[in-house]
Design a protein. Structure first.
Length: 206
């Protein structure tokens, strides 16, 4: 027959056992951490668990937040330098004793006007008129000036209107590029065709 003392002892053991069981349950399935506090993983990458202390948040079952891509910095694209037209593409030829542009000269100026209109590194333009040696010097000087003005006007009509950056000059027949000895007028006129010209020089920013 159990005495009152036996009942008290039995009750105390029951409470102690319950407390121990409760403590075991609270510490069950805890993540093992190393000396640095990092969770220990098994060979499959899972967390090792035991009765050890758990590090808060370690081996969370939640999927990691997706990495946020860094914004791409748009760098300014360097503008290409203005192409340098060849000397021939900048030389406009005229018919004998004329200052009217011919179709071939207009085609050259169409291309040149587009280049100049888009250019950022062309500081100024020199337009120089020339004439052949046939005729009087004063007349040839005036004729070469008209040719230079014709080229300038055409460039403006095609979109190049930076008038303050255009220098127009005329040299008449002072700077020939030909060497003709023919005495027959028709042959001489044909031979001197390269002297009836206007040159366009581009001065680039240094």
């Amino acid at each position: 027959m159990l005495t009152y003392r036996h009942l008290l002892a039995s009750l105390a053991l029951t409470v102690a056992f319950a407390g121990a069981a409760s403590a075991d349950v609270s510490n069950f399935n805890k993540v093992v951490v190393d000396k640095d506090g990092s969770p220990v993983s098994d060979v499959r990458g899972g967390c090792v668990v035991s009765l050890g202390e758990n590090k808060t948040g370690a081996c969370s079952t939640e999927a990691p937040a997706p990495a946020v891509a860094k914004p791409v910095v748009q760098r300014p694209v360097a503008k290409p330098a203005t192409p340098v037209p060849s000397q021939e593409s900048r030389t406009i030829y005229f018919d004998f004793n004329k200052s009217v542009l011919v179709p071939s000269g207009q085609q050259k100026l169409d291309t040149l006007a587009k280049i100049l209109s888009e250019a950022q590194d062309v500081q100024s333009v020199d337009i120089v008129g020339h004439a052949d040696r046939i005729g009087k010097s004063a007349y040839n000087l005036k004729l070469s000036e008209k040719r230079a003005e014709a080229v300038k006007s055409y460039l403006f009509t095609k979109g190049y209107n930076k008038v303050n950056k255009v220098n127009v000059s005329a040299v008449g027949s002072e700077k020939p590029t030909t060497s003709c000895s023919s005495k027959k007028r028709s042959e001489l006129i044909k031979c001197l065709s390269a002297d009836r010209r206007v040159t366009v020089e581009l001065n680039y920013v240094k």
